[in-house]
Design a protein around this ligand. Structure first.
Ligand SMILES: NC(=O)c1ccc[n+]([C@@H]2O[C@H](COP(=O)([O-])OP(=O)(O)OC[C@H]3O[C@@H](n4cnc5c(N)ncnc54)[C@H](O)[C@@H]3O)[C@@H](O)[C@H]2O)c1
Ligand SMILES: Cc1cc2c(cc1C)N(C[C@H](O)[C@H](O)[C@H](O)COP(=O)(O)O)c1[nH]c(=O)[nH]c(=O)c1N2
Length: 175
């Protein structure tokens, strides 16, 4: 039998969760770290993202949550193309570079990039690469949820992972 929300034991009343409490709890969710890039008529940009997950394999689609205040936002929206580059443990510095206030050209100067189908910059030695077109997007609060249809991909076998957990980076060795 399903228990209605208001009768769930120990459930706090709705509407009392602060941004701080939400973030504190979210900090307990370990997440893969990605550099999401874009390029095209509206220009090149990229940002670090942990809010990335699989949506469906038919058609292969993932989602990325992007803050509309981010400097990359107008570029991503204008180009309608992104590449999700999932980082290995050795790429922590790159995540820091794309996750702060570093000027866009300096971010991309930190390493070499190529392009596949979408035109967005590809990090060839990433743990996994998902080259995508943005098939649709939805506004929720401060963010847009971008649904990204995968046009091409590649992944490395037996490599480490970069994980963001408890407001810190952690290297996860393979096996
Ligand atoms: N989804 C996001 O937009 C997101 C995720 C992680 C980090 N960040 C950025 O990196 C900074 C440092 O993050 P931190 O983890 O070290 O400490 P934090 O206390 O700011 O965030 C803790 C956790 O809350 C979530 N979060 C943070 N800002 C958010 C936002 N604006 N919208 C939705 N969820 C959010 C993330 O899961 C994050 O790991 C943040 O202040 C934020 O600017 C943003
Ligand atoms: C570990 C980690 C994880 C995330 C981020 C940061 C860091 C350090 N940031 C923030 C994003 O990368 C960037 O810092 C902000 O958008 C501000 O960038 P600008 O200085 O405006 O380019 C981020 N932003 C976003 O819109 N969605 C996300 O999933 C994440 N995830």
């Amino acid at each position: 039998m399903q228990i209605p929300q208001q009768q769930t034991p120990n459930a706090p009343p709705a509407g009392l969760v602060s941004r701080e409490a939400f973030r504190d709890a979210m900090a307990r969710l370990a997440a893969a770290v990605n550099i999401v890039t874009t390029d095209g008529p509206h220009g090149r940009a990229g940002f670090t993202a942990t809010a990335v997950c699989s949506v469906t394999d038919t058609p292969p689609t993932l989602l990325v949550c992007l803050n509309r205040a981010a400097s990359a936002y107008p570029y991503v929206k204008g180009n309608g193309a992104v590449c999700v580059n999932t980082l290995t443990a050795s790429q922590r510095a790159l995540s820091q570079c794309f996750g702060g206030k570093t000027p866009m050209d300096e971010r991309f100067a930190a390493t070499a990039w190529s392009t596949w189908l979408s035109g967005a910059p590809v990090l060839e030695d990433a743990a996994a690469v998902f080259d995508c077109r943005v098939s649709r997007s939805t506004r929720v609060g401060t963010h847009d949820i971008l649904f990204c249809e995968v046009l091409a991909l590649r992944h490395r076998e037996s490599d480490s992972a970069l994980v963001y957990f408890d407001r810190n980076y952690h290297g996860l060795p393979y096996a």
